[in-house]
Design a protein around this ligand. Structure first.
Ligand code: CTP
Length: 488
């Protein structure tokens, strides 16, 4: 249950100081253009919110003009000397220009209404009040006047400043209208609440629950953008729990919801993998901003529901969940429209290997096992160790102490073997090319068999990681396959 009122206050800029905070020269240029065209212009939305919060803005400025946004943008571009062409979105009547790395978007004040089957708005000209009305949250509906005579004047019709102070997400209109108009805003509400550590006003949260089904009309890419922002927050678990309480998580990420729950047989239960995964995610988030390592935390146990078994005398097992989990990653990435590239392969690798360091620690840290892990993890070994450490969520201090101690051992051994054998990102000293030349053969299964035998022997420590020893083994392995050396 999300508490209604959050007691923690924090200082925000007093509004009468806003003029002195419009330091970006673009505001002065906009003001001059507004003057010369005889129209009013305002900076609105995220820039104003972040200015008041003294928060870094992602270099986005939204400007509302009472008139044509496109013509206005063209004149600002000309005055600012920007060489980058203005981008137009004619259907929406918006134009965007780049000013020294800032994306400045211009739009004519509008009132919008939405069709029930789409989140694409029907746009009509409107007043500033109408424009503010149709925005998502009170904290995103604040504006600052850029018109010369009123420069710096703060326009906050829905008391967004109070909501910033009270840390509350609230909609300007009836939330059912705001969310039904644009269901992506349900994700945005939870995203802002997570990023800013705000609460969502209960009436607003109820409306999200009521309209949750309408998330289906939002494109997957937009949903994923918001989910990624939640994942990148300081405490992502809070966002996931809100998504879950609102009934959205089950719609956008059903396989994650399947991690929920505890089964008990013969008095033996297993841990709740939903809560465990969220704890791992927060642990990882405390150590790194890397989105993909955070995704690895989210997916590390994703196949536990499918692999769960109760074995008499042993208890609960999740045999091979790391293999099955790694296999599930491409499908999940495809569904979320996440990139199917090296980022995906990295997450797959993390899921596949996440049990290895702990198994190593438990079963004894041999040189060959460490070499194998280094070989498979390559440069991602440090990330893997971070994930595995984050995976320790046990409440039993004795267990935790044992795990941490074992990991220390694994870390020491990793360092020692790395210095000695240089296995990280290692290439076997004999190439496939050399095998083919030596035996006068074409690319074939035999080349792979010989190469694997050499790799295995080095990882096992049967031969040193050196050319001469590897060459001798190649000859021996070739002979076993009935091959004769053609060159010496
Ligand atoms: N907006 C809205 N409904 C949406 C998206 C945006 O009402 N679905 C309005 C809000 O007033 C918002 C502004 O458009 O402040 C700009 O949107 P956007 O750039 O997406 O978000 P920001 O508020 O700037 O936040 P952030 O920079 O964190 O994305």
């Amino acid at each position: 249950m999300i508490p209604y009122f959050c007691k923690t206050f924090f200082t925000i800029l007093p509004f009468h100081h806003l003029k002195t905070h419009l330091t970006n020269p673009i505001f002065d240029i906009i003001s001059q253009v507004a003057d010369s065209r005889g129209v009013q212009a305002f900076v609105v939305g995220g820039f104003v919110r972040d200015l008041l919060l003294k928060r870094d803005n992602k270099k986005d400025i939204d400007v509302v003009v009472l008139g044509s946004g496109i013509d206005f943008a063209l004149e600002v571009a000309e005055k600012s000397g920007s060489e980058i062409p203005v981008k137009f979105f004619k259907n929406f009547g918006t134009a965007m220009l780049n000013y020294h790395g800032w994306e400045v978007e211009f739009v004519g004040a509008r009132k919008e209404s939405y069709r029930s089957s789409s989140r694409k708005p029907i746009v009509e000209n409107g007043t500033l009040e109408e424009d503010q009305n149709r925005r998502d949250f009170t904290i995103n509906a604040m504006a600052i006047n850029l018109t010369r005579d009123h420069y710096g004047e703060f326009l906050d019709p829905f008391d967004g400043q109070r909501d910033l102070n009270n840390k509350v997400i609230r909609t300007p209109l009836d939330p059912n209208i705001t969310f039904s108009d644009d269901p992506l805003r349900m994700m945005r509400a939870i995203r802002f609440a997570t990023q800013l550590n705000f609460i969502i006003e209960p009436v607003c949260f109820e409306a999200i629950k009521k309209n949750a089904d309408r998330i289906s009309i939002v494109s997957e890419e937009r949903v994923t953008d918001e989910l990624n922002l939640i994942i990148q927050a300081k405490l992502p678990s809070r966002g996931f729990r809100m998504l879950d309480d609102a009934g959205l998580l089950n719609l956008i990420f059903p396989s994650f919801c399947e991690l929920k729950g505890v089964d008990t047989i013969e008095g033996k239960g297993h841990k709740d993998n939903f809560n465990h995964t969220l704890a791992v995610l927060d642990n990882v988030a405390a150590q790194t901003d890397d989105l993909w390592l955070r995704w690895a935390a989210i997916l590390h146990d994703i196949a536990k529901p499918q692999t769960k078994k109760f074995i008499q005398g042993t208890g609960w097992t999740f045999h091979a969940h790391e293999f099955k989990g790694a296999k599930m990653v491409p499908r999940i990435f495809r569904d979320f429209r996440l990139p199917l590239n090296e980022k995906m392969r990295y997450v797959q690798k993390m899921v596949l290997l996440h049990l290895r360091p702990i198994a190593l620690a438990e079963e004894g840290v041999t040189d060959s096992a460490i070499r194998r892990l280094l070989f498979e993890a390559g440069d991602d070994i440090d990330d893997l160790m971070l994930l595995c450490t984050a995976d320790i969520t046990s409440k039993n201090p004795v267990k935790v102490k044992r795990f941490i101690g074992n990991f220390e051992l694994v870390r020491e051994k990793l360092k020692e073997i790395e210095e000695k054998d240089k296995i990280r990102n290692w290439q076997p000293p004999i190439s496939g090319e050399l095998i083919m030349q030596t035996f006068g053969i074409r690319p074939s299964k035999q080349v792979g068999i010989i190469k694997d035998a050499i790799t295995e022997a080095i990882l096992e420590g049967d031969i040193p990681n050196e050319f001469e020893a590897a060459y001798q083994l190649m000859v021996k392995e070739g002979e076993k396959l009935g091959l004769k050396k053609k060159i010496s």
